[in-house]
Each structure stands twice: as structure tokens, then as C-alpha cells.
Design a protein around this ligand. Structure first.
Ligand SMILES: [Zn+2]
Length: 308
């Protein structure tokens, strides 16, 4: 009797495990190259998706440390979200090839290119990668513009609906909810930054241009002479001169950029170094896209206030 009871208990728990596994397997397994795309995928997919990001929030999206485990993750995925515009050119193509996953092939519903439908800034008239410029198709850091985030979210929702048509209505309603939240926040963000319209900033890399153009900030120069090229003393001397003549005081740096270089420039130009990250989950940022922009807006308002 006792044995039978044990057996029944075991059967019940096995059934529970099987049910959990069925729910888990019904979820779309989504791999995003970076945490910002992953955060948008979670907004749209909700509990219908399982999302992982390949890059850590503290990694440079152009130069992610590729690991064998990334190949395994990609091999098991139903969908991939990449930035496009060659953001991940330096590390994603070999991982994708080794993953041998036809579901992620270009042109299939499982291959989501975030830049589809985005009007890229700084698209060069001639194509030239030879000088080491990592933005040879235009600037791929569009997700810092909240309006661009809406386009990317719609793109993700379209693909999820094709991969999982049964839940298409859920993805559409999650998209509407996200857009409504973002639109309301955008009004607040515009209001917070309105007093600093035209404020002059310097960035380390050309990664702030979409945000600056959305909120009316003016980028005076970058510490890198070209995207992906390390700062040289002669270029930094030029930046210091420009900061002095334009009275730009704020230098923005991300966790993976060389803060020491920024500090040296700041010292000589009477500026301040301001830390930020364009990735949800990085220090100071909450887990969602909206949290991340919220924190960035607050950080900037504080910096501009103190640099006046
Ligand atoms: Zn870049």
C-alpha cells in the first residue's frame, strides 16, 4: 500500500515535470545579441518567450567575447535578434555559422534584424572598412532613440507573430501596451531635458548620436578619431581645444570605454566625466528598456545642472 502511494506520488510529480517542460518548450527561445534588444523582446513576448542575450551589459556590442556556449545557445534558438548595420560584424557571423541552425537563416521569420525600417544616421557615401571604421554602413546605435525603439519593437512583434501565429494577438497587445508606456515616458523625458536643449557634450564613441538628435543635444566631438579606432594624442589635443572653445563640459563614457583617457581630457578642458550605459542591467540601470532611458535622462539632467 505504502509502495503504491509512493508510486502514485512519483507519477504525479513526473506529470508535473512533464507539464512544466511542455510549457517551457512551447515558449519561443529567443537569442538577442545585446541586452537592449533582449529587453524589448521580453516586453513583446512576455511569458510566451524565453530570452537570453549573448553580450553582457558591460561589453562593447562591437567586440563581444565569443564563447563556445554561444554556439550552443544559438543552435537551440527559434529566433535571433541582431542589430544589423554591421553592429556585430566582428563576432556574430562565425558563431551563427557554427550553430548550424536553419531557423535563424537570413530572410526567415526567426532572423530578426532590428535596423529594418530604421533610418540610419551617418550612412557613408562610399563603403570603406579598410581604415578600421566599425560604422561602415552607418551608425548602428539607434536604440538609444526611444522612437526608434518603437520601430524595433514592432519588428520583433511581427516576427514573433509569424513564428508563433497562435499567440499573434498577445504579441500585438503587448506591443500596444509598450508603445503607450513609452509615449507617456517620452513626454516626461522631453520635459526633463528641455532646459538643456543645445547642451554640448563629448562622447567616447559615436554611440550617442540618435539620443542627442532626439533630445536636441549637441555632440562636439568624440574621443575616438573614428568609430572603433583608439584615441591618439593628437586627436585628443584637438578635442581639448574644441571643448575649450565651445565650452563643452560633459564627457560621456560607457563601462567598456577607457575612463582614464576621458578623465585626462576632462582635466585639461575643465570638464566632467559622466558614466552611463546604453544596456539595461548595467550598473545603475534597471532591467527594462524604459528603466534604462529613465536613468540616462536623470543622469544627464544632473550632469548638465552641475556643469553649468
Ligand atoms: Zn559603434
Amino acid at each position: 500500500m505504502r509502495a503504491l502511494k509512493l508510486y502514485n506520488t512519483l507519477l504525479t510529480s513526473l506529470a508535473a515535470v512533464a507539464a512544466t517542460a511542455a510549457v517551457a518548450s512551447a515558449q519561443i527561445r529567443v537569442v538577442a545579441t545585446t541586452p537592449d534588444f533582449a529587453a524589448l523582446a521580453r516586453e513583446i513576448g512576455g511569458d510566451r518567450v524565453n530570452v537570453v542575450a549573448l553580450a553582457k551589459p558591460t561589453e562593447d556590442p562591437h567586440f563581444v567575447d565569443a564563447k563556445p556556449s554561444h554556439v550552443v545557445t544559438l543552435n537551440r534558438a527559434n529566433a535571433l535578434i541582431e542589430g544589423g548595420a554591421e553592429l556585430e560584424l566582428g563576432w556574430l557571423p562565425p558563431l551563427l555559422e557554427n550553430s548550424r541552425n536553419a531557423k535563424l537563416s537570413a530572410g526567415t521569420p526567426g532572423h530578426i534584424v532590428a535596423s529594418d525600417g530604421i533610418r540610419l544616421l551617418e550612412v557613408p557615401t562610399s563603403f570603406d572598412r579598410s581604415k578600421g571604421d566599425v560604422h561602415s554602413l552607418g551608425n548602428p546605435h539607434f536604440l538609444l532613440d526611444p522612437v526608434a525603439a518603437k520601430t524595433v519593437a514592432a519588428n520583433i512583434a511581427n516576427h514573433f507573430a509569424q513564428i508563433d501565429p497562435k499567440n499573434a494577438a498577445t504579441y500585438r497587445s503587448n506591443l500596444s501596451r509598450f508603445n503607450a508606456k513609452l509615449d507617456a515616458k517620452l513626454v516626461d523625458w522631453q520635459k526633463t531635458l528641455a532646459p538643456y536643449r543645445g547642451a554640448k557634450i563629448v562622447t567616447y564613441h559615436k554611440d550617442f548620436n540618435y539620443f542627442a538628435s532626439r533630445f536636441g543635444l549637441s555632440i562636439v566631438d568624440e574621443l575616438e578619431p573614428k568609430p572603433g579606432i583608439a584615441p591618439s594624442p593628437s586627436h585628443l589635443a584637438q578635442v581639448i581645444g574644441k571643448m575649450r572653445s565651445t565650452k563643452a563640459r560633459v564627457i560621456l563614457v560607457q563601462p567598456f570605454q577607457n575612463r582614464k583617457t576621458a578623465e585626462t581630457v576632462a582635466r585639461q578642458a575643465s570638464g566632467i566625466v559622466v558614466d552611463y550605459s546604453q544596456q539595461p542591467g548595467a550598473a545603475g540601470n534597471g532591467p527594462s528598456y524604459i528603466d534604462m532611458i529613465d536613468h540616462l535622462v536623470t543622469t544627464l539632467a544632473k550632469a548638465f545642472g552641475s556643469a553649468k
